[in-house]
Design a protein around this ligand. Structure first.
Ligand code: FAD
Length: 689
């Protein structure tokens, strides 16, 4: 067994220990406890069949979701299926229910109709965190699912190698156990930006097939609220029980030692963030129109830990402009601070955020109001059009894919822009607010590759985030903007008192009851993107633009190893690229410092795409340095790629295959297998988005 095998074995062992103890170490999925603010009747067990029996459900829609998209689609499907076929349907997080009795479901619930699965593929063809145990159940505990009818929609990205692998795996494994697939596996593709249309096309055909197969009666789809929203005019938003945007109910007026400790010491995960002070922010670009923010999060007052190569998730809030625009078109601007109470009308549904709250809070902190609007949303809101003229317009546009594309998508409309456009600015004042809550996706945390090193700075996390601001021509030279990165830009402007910096979007940086003052909610996601365990193993890193982020962390880790007296640090070859050396060269001054400390061990090769007539990219530089690359790989080097998944990562892989082909004088097929083998041995790692 060589050192590499040993390190792989150790990594597997660590992963196994971490997995089996995950609830203790990282905090399990305690979603239900965080969101369990429903005032509806509660189920007493997590046995799926028992929950369904107790709530008279006849169909179930599961989701395996990492970033919330699969969850969002599953909720929409569930509502529409229930309304269209009059079949009481529940939605379930795969990790929240026990499948013990699933195989008896047809006997236990004689009028059970169907199970639907909305399954995202994550990373390199892996299941999402909440789907891991379900696959474990299928592999080890489940004998026979004969007769259970199911449908499946996979959510994937065709720019990744293992496109929709988990949707396919779900279908294969369920069929192997005897379950019956109705219709076809749906394939949603985020890579081509067609997820919404892929879903609509799949769903439309599928509903016909389901209707025929299950012999269901169809009725006109009508919105049936699952949440009741009532205004609490006797309450004021200053009342301490009112949520003003706290990340979950534990943050609302926490008093007891237990609650305060939970806020400080966690465990922290995607349902419970740590409110981290943003200590230090600075601009990394030298440009008037483009920004990249370096930000540092302080962990010194918590036991939250990270390790080099991990991801940090930042929980954003929406900008003042976006919130106002939507409140305005919904005719809620004058009631923005009215207190509202939410009640779940369905015992299987957890309220998505703490209640009571206010209209403003819901749009600012809990809903994804900023990105492109979906055709499905417009189709379903059409029942609440403010007048007949708008209804005709909505049907014309939302009923046809091409019309929607030309009139809405190409104009980069968000929900508020779209509603204003369709009604010619007439307010949509009869849309139930419960519809808004149920139809708009929950605001999701955004992930960033950590650019610091846990060896160098144990209690500080650095990130490197490029600010999403793009000017478009139509309509009227507006900007499309990203939620989180513009929030970071606002924090940076405030901290550095950059009066000259013109902000396109502004934010309430103080947050609920000044809780967010210079702080942001965060959690950490463990990553498998890691340095070799043996410090003397050489590494090759390719990371243009913000792809440099984790490599800054890797190099700082290496510097620390040298400072700690390790004389045996392996060679480090770093390919970095950006547009111009004097414009967007990230951490330009730092690399020479690292060079001094790492001496001849560190070599950085740069590609500037806009300095010469012919554009030069990292993959060109990689090819130019073929023999060095092969020399290091022959010495056991690990090869890392970080940044753009759609183009760069693919080109880099292609180039490496070319290098193997040329240098080792083998066929393309053999070269391609050699690169595959590197992946299998964990020596080719990607952190791409
Ligand atoms: P969002 O609000 O999420 O918007 C996304 C995009 O949609 C933007 O480009 C925005 O301009 C566009 N958009 C907004 N409105 C519309 C509209 N109406 N119509 C059409 N388009 C619209 N990023 C980094 O900078 N550095 C990193 O180190 C980094 N690491 C990552 C690591 C991982 C594992 C992953 C998954 C992602 C990483 N990212 C990183 C990307 C990051 O998570 C965010 O996706 C990115 O910062 C944009 O977030 P945002 O909230 O600002 O934009």
């Amino acid at each position: 067994m060589d050192i590499l095998d040993l390190s792989v074995l150790i990594a597997i062992l660590i992963a196994l220990i971490a997995y089996t103890t995950k609830d203790k170490l990282w905090g399990g999925n305690n979603k239900s406890s965080n969101y369990d603010s429903s005032s509806g009747p509660k189920a007493t067990s997590n046995d799926l069949v028992e929950i369904m029996k107790n709530s008279n459900k006849r169909a179930v829609v599961f989701y395996g979701s990492q970033t919330g998209t699969a969850e969002d689609y599953s909720l929409k499907f569930s509502k529409e299926f229930q309304s269209k076929f009059n079949v009481p349907t529940m939605t379930a997080d795969l990790a929240d229910v026990s499948f013990e009795n699933f195989q008896n479901i047809n006997n236990e619930i004689p009028d059970f109709e169907i199970a639907a699965f909305f399954m995202a593929t994550y990373g390199e063809g892996e299941p999402t965190d909440n789907a891991v145990e379900f696959f474990d159940y299928l592999a080890n505990e489940c004998d026979d699912l004969s007769g259970i009818k199911f449908v499946c929609f996979g959510l994937g990205n065709s720019t990744y190698e293992f496109y929709n692998a988990i949707g396919q795996k779900t279908v294969d494994e369920l069929k192997e156990k005897g379950a019956i697939l109705i219709g076809e596996l749906g394939l949603g593709d985020d890579g081509t930006g067609t997820m919404d249309e892929d879903y609509l096309a799949w769903k439309e055909t599928l509903f016909d097939t389901i209707k025929d197969t299950l012999k269901l009666k169809e009725q006109a789809v009508k919105y049936q609220p699952a949440i009741e929203v009532s205004e609490k005019l006797e309450m004021d938003k200053s009342d301490l029980t009112v949520s003003l945007g706290e990340p979950n109910k534990h943050y609302v007026n926490a008093k007891s030692d237990d609650e305060l400790n939970f806020l400080k010491y966690g465990p922290f995960d995607h349902t419970h963030p740590y409110l981290a002070p943003v200590q230090n922010t600075k601009e990394l670009f030298n440009s008037n129109s483009r920004h990249c923010i370096h930000a540092e999060f302080d962990l010194s007052n918590t036991n939250l830990k990270y390790s080099t190569g991990d991801h940090i998730a930042i929980w954003p809030s929406n900008s003042n402009e976006k919130v106002d625009k939507l409140l305005n078109i919904l005719d809620l601007i004058n009631k923005r601070d009215t207190v509202i109470d939410l009640k779940s009308l369905d015992s299987t549904l957890h309220l998505p955020f703490p209640t009571p709250t206010t209209y403003d809070t819901v749009l600012r902190h809990y809903l994804e109001i900023s990105g492109p609007v979906s055709r499905q949303f417009i189709q379903s809101i059409s029942q609440f059009c403010p007048n007949e003229e708008t209804k005709i317009e909505v049907e014309k546009i939302a009923g046809h894919k091409e019309n929607f594309h030309d009139s809405i998508t190409t104009k980069y409309f968000d929900i508020a822009d779209c509603l204003s456009y369709l009604s010619k600015n007439v307010k949509w004042n009869s849309v139930p607010f419960s519809f808004i809550i149920e139809s708009i996706a929950k605001l999701q945390p955004r992930y960033y590759s950590i650019s610091s090193a846990s060896g160098m700075e144990k209690q500080t996390i650095h990130i490197t985030a490029v600010v999403e601001q793009e000017k478009i021509k139509d309509p009227s030279d507006k900007f499309i903007t990203g939620v989180t990165t513009n929030l970071l830009l606002n924090i940076k402007q405030k901290q550095n008192k950059d009066g000259d910096l013109k902000l396109i979007e502004t934010y309430n940086l103080e947050g609920p009851r000044n809780m967010f003052h210079n702080k942001l909610p965060i959690h950490i996601r463990r990553s498998t993107f890691k340095l070799p365990s043996n410090p003397s193993t050489p590494i090759i890193m390719v990371g243009p633009g913000t792809g440099a982020a984790p490599f800054r962390g890797f190099i700082r880790e290496k510097v620390k190893q040298v400072e700690n007296g390790n004389k045996n640090v392996g060679e480090i070859l770093f390919f970095y690229g950006c547009r111009k050396s004097d414009e967007d060269f990230l951490y330009k001054d730092e690399w020479t410092e690292y060079s001094k400390k790492l001496d001849s061990k560190f070599k950085m090769i740069t590609a500037f795409s806009r300095e010469t007539e012919k554009k030069v990219y990292v993959q060109d530089k990689l090819l130019e340095n073929s023999s060095k690359v092969i020399e290091l790989i022959n010495k056991g080097a690990f090869f890392y790629v970080c940044g753009d998944a759609a183009n760069m990562a693919k080109s880099v892989q292609k180039t490496l295959i070319q290098i193997f082909k040329d240098e080792k004088k083998v066929t393309e097929e053999i070269a391609s297998n050699m690169v595959k083998q590197l992946r299998v041995n964990n020596r080719y790692q990607e952190d791409v988005w």
